[in-house]
Design a protein around this ligand. Structure first.
Ligand SMILES: Nc1ncnc2c1ncn2[C@@H]1O[C@H](COP(=O)(O)OP(=O)(O)OP(=O)(O)O)[C@@H](O)[C@H]1O
Ligand SMILES: [Mg+2]
Length: 239
């Protein structure tokens, strides 16, 4: 459904991605792991069109979208959330969702919004300011916004970051429910093994802009290269 091929992205002499490939199928949850600075978010930025790669290509539902804008890719069914759950502080929940419903035509019916809110378990009142929501509800609000137009592929950048254990289980359930109900392809960036084991059958591990492992969660986390990247990373880096 979505694939990136031999993607390279440099910033001056610094290589953020040194030729990384990735693919995720409909109905699949793919994990993307790796220590801080590995290139996970940059990979999402290139896949979604936010950042232009130096070389490599991106295919969405069989079509080469490498030169398409982020907006066009979104219209074609590619959605993503960001690591930091930044909501518009001066808009209410209802207004934020209205922006999501009317982001592109045809505008999404209020009933679809209500169905999604139910699916996600997002119960914050319409009148509440988005900026007054806690982290879990901010993440749910933003997730609801990107789901409104029925994406085929959903990229989630650290969707469990900043959440408590019971909230993490809730988000895991939401992600699994979304995939089983819609058959969409989901890619989740996450450091923590237990979350990836609960969600993904396959995990891609990056380190310093390179793929160092790809396989089942327990296999890749027992891989000596992965253990070295995680546990021998410089101070302040790693999971
Ligand atoms: N616009 C930029 N200019 C220069 N360097 C950048 C830029 N964006 C990212 N980088 C660098 O590229 C590397 C990869 O960053 P990226 O955000 O993709 O890592 P990550 O794996 O998502 O890390 P984290 O787990 O901390 O979110 C980092 O060293 C980062 O500093
Ligand atoms: Mg990141």
């Amino acid at each position: 459904m979505l694939s990136g091929h031999d993607i390279r992205k440099t910033y001056g002499a610094f290589v953020a991605l040194g030729g990384v490939s990735i693919s995720v199928e409909g109905g699949e949850i793919l994990g993307v792991a790796g220590p801080n600075g590995a290139g996970k978010t940059t990979l999402f930025d290139v896949l979604t069109g936010r950042v232009k790669p130096d070389s490599g290509s991106v295919l969405l539902d069989g079509e080469d979208v490498t030169r398409q804008s982020a907006f066009k890719r979104a219209r074609r069914g590619l959605a993503r959330t960001f690591q930091a759950p930044l909501v518009p502080p001066s808009l209410t929940v209802g207004e934020t969702l209205e922006v999501g419903r009317t982001a592109f035509s045809p505008r999404v019916a209020a009933e679809e919004e209500a169905r999604l809110r139910d699916l996600i378990g997002f119960t914050a009142p319409d009148e509440k300011y988005a900026g007054a929501l806690d982290t879990l509800d901010r993440r749910k609000l933003l997730l609801c916004c990107v789901l409104l137009h029925g994406p085929k592929v959903l990229l989630l950048d650290e969707p469990c970051s900043g959440l408590m254990a019971d909230e993490i289980s809730e988000i895991e359930d939401v992600i699994r429910r979304l995939v089983s109900e819609t058959g969409m392809a989901v890619c989740v960036v996450e450091h923590r093994l237990e979350i990836l084991e609960a969600l993904a059958k396959r995990v891609l591990v990056l380190d310093a802009g390179e793929e160092i492992a790809l396989g089942a969660p327990d296999e890749v986390f027992n891989d000596p290269k992965v253990r070295a990247a995680y546990f021998e990373a410089p101070a302040g880096a790693g999971a």
